[in-house]
Design a protein around this ligand. Structure first.
Ligand code: ADE
Ligand code: ZN
Length: 339
């Protein structure tokens, strides 16, 4: 590990954009498939990884939903969450806000009780083992209807312990945010916060729609926001967090090279951007790998990297006191760094 990578690992960070179903490693997918008598359309663990050659978001989602089908029991969801949190802790993540896609599981006859039990127990065990904390973000699938989202939230209501927010994900282009305004309003009335994927492949209008029609406090990706100068000014003025995922944008051909990613331009514009992994087992890297990729591509300094770690803390839903503690630790790690 390079000196700079060790420095980034030592910086306290949050991860705010990671889909738990996107942390399913090929080896675990195969193991769970065999254990549950589930036939995967792949010959071997290597065959799974070879199928990960994406042309756009949809080409990834087709494989991602297929992979998630091996998850059946509370123990399977526990194993998945425990593995992610162990890896996050090794990368210096102190707190994670983790997406899950309930409709992907309920549509297969797996009820909320099953996955929520596995998630919750793994989160509690990781916390007592390493101190890493995690909250959950319930995502609605935008390729399904607004009515489905409302029905999902009603079904979720008895199971919201540990859930901090709702989100919106899946196929973006052609699925604007507005049909989900009722579900998001209900969620806010339940005391949940709100975030949404927007401007990943879709136009900047979807970012504006997520802010105005859904009332979100954070935008996931938002890379196409730069096409609308008024929107950029609003994001800058209101310091609306954008959770960027550089290796995801590379894998999904949003950009051809990491050097073409908008992260540095956004940092220079004074936008509140953070570095995250999205679907690390599919896109070739966990959070530290994402920091490493942008560090090499843009020659980021230790001050830039400390800013990104601080942004991840500011952008989280942690309370003010924990934010202050973690930010003070960032300052201490930075001042102790000689490189
Ligand atoms: N679900 C999992 N990963 C996603 C992404 N990058 N965009 C939209 N939906 C997703
Ligand atoms: Zn995502």
């Amino acid at each position: 590990m390079s000196g700079m990578d060790e420095f980034v690992r030592d910086l306290p960070k949050t991860e705010l954009h990671v889909h738990i179903e996107g942390t399913l490693e090929p080896g675990m997918m195969f193991g769970l498939g065999e254990r549950n008598g589930f036939d995967l359309p792949f010959e071997s663990v290597d065959g799974v990884a070879e199928a990960y050659d994406f042309t756009n978001l949809q080409s990834f989602l087709d494989i991602y939903y297929q992979g998630a089908a091996v998850l059946q029991t509370p123990g399977d969801f526990y194993e998945l969450m425990a593995a992610y949190l162990e890896r996050a802790d090794a990368d210096g993540v102190r707190h994670a806000e983790i997406f899950f896609d309930p409709q992907t599981h309920t549509a297969r006859g797996i009820p909320f009780e099953v996955f929520m039990q596995g998630f919750r127990e793994a989160i509690a065990d990781a916390r007592s083992r390493s101190g890493v904390t995690a909250d959950l973000i319930l995502c609605f699938l935008r390729h399904l209807s607004g009515e489905d989202a409302v029905a999902t939230l009603i079904a979720a209501e008895p199971h919201l312990d540990g859930v901090i927010a709702v989100g919106l994900d899946s196929s973006e282009v052609g699925n604007p945010p507005e049909p989900f305004s009722e579900a998001f309003q209900m969620a806010r009335e339940l005391g949940l916060k709100a975030v949404a994927h927007a401007g990943e492949e879709g136009p900047p209008e979807y970012v504006v729609g997520a802010l105005d029609a859904l009332g979100v406090e954070r935008i996931d990706h938002g890379v196409r926001s730069l096409e609308d100068s008024q929107l950029v000014e609003r994001l800058r003025r209101d310091q609306i967090p954008l959770t960027l995922c550089p290796l995801s944008s590379l894998a999904l051909k949003i950009v051809e090279r990491v050097e073409d990613h908008v992260i540095k331009e956004m940092m220079d514009l004074g936008l509140l951007v953070s570095v995250n992994s999205d679907d690390p087992s599919y896109f070739g890297g966990y959070v530290l790998d994402n920091y490493s990729a942008v560090t090499s591509a843009f020659g980021l300094s230790s001050v830039n990297l400390a800013d990104l770690a601080r942004n991840s803390i500011t952008s989280s839903f942690l309370d003010a006191e924990r934010k202050r503690e973690l930010a003070a630790e960032v300052d201490a790690v930075l001042s102790g760094y000689e490189g």
